[in-house]
Structures are given as structure tokens and as C-alpha cells.
Design a protein around this ligand. Structure first.
Ligand code: URP
Ligand code: ZN
Ligand code: ZN
Length: 518
């Protein structure tokens, strides 16, 4: 239709183009919105104030704001007004273990917005080992995006080309690279490759991320458990115990220390991993620990459920652990030993998970969470009294913005920041269910979970996209957000480099030699 009209006349072409650009401009700019009477909650504190949004940005935060004529008014009394969530760990439309994750960049992001997350950082995978091709393929997938997103890039092999591509990708807005120490025969890298990758990350100012499990030992564990006749999803948990996560975390932390580069440990699922992260931070090493929502709320008994569909839905790596790990992870988050909460949203529906009936080793790994994260964290951390609403903002939004060099554009309600804003009503009770969620997956690992407190409005770049239980989203309106390298975590690393070279004074030492040795 659009093309037919174009061929008719030059005037038609010009008029249509102008109308299209006008529509796009109106969409991008959004409407003028005033949020009245809410408790504006940032990571550093709260105040009761009004918020003016215009041109997709936060324009003012102050008491008793006048409502400009024509502006949309939202009454937020009794509600928290917070920066939209940033989920730093998702896998939309990811090809993995012979399947493709069933949420794409539209369905996954629509679900995110319904749960108050306004930006996510997805893991682009190389295509046949090629990072640039992988990046282009993920750009194509993301053409249907309806909210802001960024990419991390996975590095699954090593060569001069991989190193060069990492440097190119940094110029294109990627400032983090993930290395898998697990998934032998698929995504796993060797220690040598990991070390090369760490060095390259340091050189280009990108954050190295690590999936920390000992992949060699996991492969042995899987064979041992399967040959013992345990073929169901509980075999997944049994075959990769928490100390294999602890070992790999310890190794990654020490190699990053050797290279003197920041390390971000994704999905810390166990006490073992938390202890390694905490120990490193206690000696001043720049290590970030990222637990995921499932680790705060669930425990491994899900994989023992006699219903294969329920048990398989909970299969992810590293596995969801025994309840004692959950307690420790929540305490570590509250105490600042862990820094932020992600989801690792990687969803495979029950027919996809069913390929692993009779062999847990081939159940596609991954659980949902992009829509549930804020509610799960609110329930588990704020309603339990462990953290304040400001801490909630820190671990669901601000910390991610700071770590990935997006702050203060994202992660804060302040003049000049992107108008990614949520209204959370602490008095609304609801239950999580696959029957009502917005993801394409037909199960929900949080099925039936009661939550007190609900995101009632989501504003994405100045547009109300979620209100009164209704989504108003359009494919193709999402935006790739470039993240610059050499972020705050890289400040002053050269001082430590110098320190490592000269711990006892000037080097090289000019050694003297006795005359008869000359
Ligand atoms: O089980 C998981 N975590 N699936 C997604 C891939 C990964 O390791 O992050
Ligand atoms: Zn992983
Ligand atoms: Zn992941």
C-alpha cells in the first residue's frame, strides 16, 4: 500500500514522507505527562514530589508543579515513582541447545514493560563463531523491539579476528563480553582463551562477564548421574553441584585479578559463588556479583516435581539451589556483597523442554523472569524488610546503569534523564501466573506466587505503555542504546598496574655483580 502510493506522484511521495516523519516524531517525543503526589524514589533517597515529562525526558522534579495545558495527569498519591527497571541479563530469540528461545524482541519486551522493566541488555551470540555476524543477526532480530535495549556479546572461541571484532564492537556500542566456563563442546572457552579475552577487555575498556561453572567437571557429573539411572530434571541439579560454581568463580576472580580488569559474575546461584565475590571485593578487587530473580525466590525442589513439565521448566544453569543458598543470596544483596538482580530470561515452552524427556542433559536450559523480576524482588527483599525502596531501585535499575556506563541517562529520576518511569502501588495484591503473563512461554516458574505491590503504570521514553492492565506497544519502536567503554569501573586501574610492578620500590633492580663473575 505504502509503496503503491509512492509510485503515484512525487507530491504524494513528499506528503507521505512528511506525514510518516511527523508520526515518527510524535511517537518518539511522546506526550507531556505530569505525575502528581507520588514518592519519587531514587537509589539515594525519597521525596514526595511531582514529575514533569516532555520530549521523552524527565524535565522537572519538584513539589507543586503546575500542570501545563494539554498535559496528561497521573495521580500517584500513595505510590512510588521509580526509574524503570533495567534487566542486565536476558536471552531473547536465542538459539540454544537445538531450540530457539520462544520470546522474541517484541514479546519479551512487551512482557518486560508489563512488569516495569524499561531497558534490558541481551546477550548476542556469535554466528558460527563470528562476532560481527552475530551482532548483525541480533540487530535484525531486534528490529521488532518496542523498548530500549543494549547488547553484551558472547565470546565462545579465540583468534586474532575475535580480538579485532571485540574492538570493533566496542565502537558500535557494546561494552561487555561474556565468557562461558561451562557448556563443554558448545559455548565453553578454555582458561587460555578466557585469559586472552580478559586481557582484550582490559585493553578496550570493556567489562568481562563470566558464566562460572567448571564445564569439564559438569560433563563428568552429567555422565555419572545419567549412568546411575537418574534421567529426569533432578539429574540436572545433581550433576552440577554448587562447589563447581564456587571453583569456577574463584578461578575467574583470580584470573581477572592477574589481568587487573573488572569482572562481572553473571547468575551467582550459590553460597559458594557469593563467598568468592565477597572475598574479592573485601580485598578491593572490582568484581560484581549478579544473582537472578529465580535464585531469590525458588529452590531446587522444583526439579524434583513429579510433573515433568513443572520440573523441566525450572532447569537452568547454574541450577536453582537448596533453600539455604537463597537465604544467603538475599542477605548478600541486602548487605551490598552482591550488587544487582537480573533474570537470565531464556524461555523454552513445554514442547521445547520436552526434548529432554528421558535425558536431563538435553533439556534446553533457561527460566522466565523478565516480567516478574521487579515484583519478585519487591516481595522477597522489600516486603520481607531486608531492604528499603531506595535499595530496591539500586539493585533493579541504578546499579546496572552505573556498571554499564548508562548513568545518569538511565537509572534515576532526575531532570535530563530518559523518561523511563514506573508507578508502583504497594497496596495492590496480585498472583503470578502463566494464564495472565505476557511472555510466550506456557509455564511460569513463579506460578501462584502472591505479591503485595504492583507496577500499575510503565512509561517508556515518555510514553505510557502499561496502564490499568493494558499494554500499548508497537513493534519497531525500540531503540538500541549504545554503551560506551572505559566506564567508572576502569578508573584508576593503572595505579594498581604500577603497584603490581613495583611492590618493593623501583624495578627493574640494577643488580651488581662481583668482579670475578664478569
Ligand atoms: O540456563 C541458562 N542460564 N540459560 C541461558 C544461558 C546462560 O547460561 O546464561
Ligand atoms: Zn550463563
Ligand atoms: Zn544467561
Amino acid at each position: 500500500m505504502w509503496q503503491q502510493r509512492c509510485t503515484r506522484s512525487a507530491f504524494g511521495t513528499v506528503l507521505s514522507s512528511v506525514l510518516f516523519l511527523l508520526a515518527l516524531f510524535c511517537y518518539v517525543e511522546g506526550e507531556q505527562i505530569v505525575i502528581k503526589g507520588g514518592t519519587v524514589t531514587n537509589a539515594d533517597g525519597q521525596l514526595v514530589a511531582d514529575v514533569l515529562i516532555e520530549n521523552g525526558k524527565i524535565a522537572k522534579v519538584q513539589k507543586d508543579l503546575k500542570v501545563p495545558p494539554g498535559a496528561r495527569l497521573l495521580d500517584a498519591s500513595g505510590q512510588y515513582v521509580m526509574p524503570g527497571g533495567i534487566d542486565p541479563h536476558t536471552h531473547l530469540e536465542m538459539p540454544f541447545m537445538g531450540q530457539v528461545a520462544c520470546d522474541d524482541f517484541f514479546s519479551g519486551q512487551a512482557a518486560a514493560l508489563a512488569g516495569g522493566t524499561t531497558m534490558h541488555i541481551d546477550f548476542a551470540l556469535p554466528t558460527k563463531g563470528d562476532l560481527m555476524q552475530g551482532f548483525h543477526d541480533y540487530q535484525k532480530k531486534a528490529a521488532k523491539a518496542c523498548m530500549d535495549y543494549g547488547f553484551h556479546m558472547a565470546v565462545t572461541s579465540w583468534s586474532a579476528k575475535v580480538a579485532a571484532d571485540m574492538a570493533t564492537l566496542v565502537k558500535k556500542g557494546i561494552n561487555s563480553f561474556k565468557f562461558f566456563l561451562a557448556y563443554k563442546g558448545a559455548l565453553m572457552v578454555t582458561d587460555e582463551e578466557f585469559l586472552q579475552g580478559l586481557q582484550k577487555c582490559r585493553e578496550i575498556g570493556a567489562i568481562a562477564q563470566v558464566h562460572a561453572e567448571n564445564g569439564e567437571a559438569v560433563a563428568v557429573g552429567q555422565k555419572r548421574i545419567f549412568e546411575a539411572g537418574i534421567t529426569g530434571p533432578e539429574g540436572h541439579a545433581l550433576s552440577r553441584p554448587s562447589f563447581l560454581e564456587g571453583e569456577a568463580t574463584s578461578r575467574a576472580v583470580r584470573l581477572a585479578r592477574f589481568v587487573n580488569t573488572p569482572l562481572y559474575v553473571v547468575h551467582t546461584m550459590s553460597i559458594d559463588a557469593v563467598e568468592e565475590v565477597a572475598r574479592a571485593r573485601a580485598r578491593g578487587q572490582r568484581v560484581i556479583g549478579e544473582p537472578v530473580a529465580s535464585a531469590l525466590s525458588l529452590n531446587e525442589t522444583a526439579m524434583w516435581n513429579p510433573d515433568f513439565k513443572i520440573a523441566a521448566a525450572a532447569v537452568m544453569s547454574p541450577p536453582i539451589r537448596a533453600a539455604s543458598h537463597r537465604v544467603k543470596i538475599k542477605e548478600a544483596l541486602a548487605g551490598g556483597l552482591l550488587q544487582l538482580v537480573a533474570t537470565d530470561h531464556a524461555v523454552f515452552n513445554s514442547t521445547q523442554k520436552a526434548v529432554g524427556k528421558g535425558d536431563f542433559r538435553v533439556i534446553p536450559n533457561g527460566v522466565n523472569g523478565i516480567e516478574e523480576r521487579l515484583h519478585v524482588v519487591w516481595e522477597e527483599m522489600v516486603n520481607s524488610g531486608l531492604i528499603t525502596p531506595s535499595d530496591f531501585v539500586r539493585i533493579t535499575s541504578t546499579a546496572a546503569a552505573q556498571i554499564f556506563n548508562l548513568y545518569p541517562r538511565k537509572g534515576v529520576i532526575a531532570p535530563g534523564s530518559d523518561a523511563d518511569v514506573i508507578l508502583l502501588d504497594p497496596k495492590v495484591e496480585h498472583h503470578i501466573s502463566a494464564a495472565t503473563h505476557h511472555s510466550r512461554i506456557d509455564t511460569n516458574v513463579y506460578e501462584g506466587k502472591r505479591i503485595m505491590g504492583k507496577v500499575v503504570v510503565t512509561i517508556s521514553r515518555g510514553r505510557i505503555v502499561w496502564e490499568n492492565g493494558n499494554l500499548n506497544v508497537t513493534p519497531g519502536t525500540g531503540r538500541f542504546v549504545e554503551m560506551l567503554p572505559m566506564g567508572p569501573l576502569f578508573e584508576g586501574l593503572d595505579i594498581l598496574d604500577q603497584e603490581a610492578m613495583h611492590p618493593l620500590g623501583t624495578t627493574p633492580v640494577h643488580h651488581t655483580h662481583a668482579k670475578d663473575e664478569l
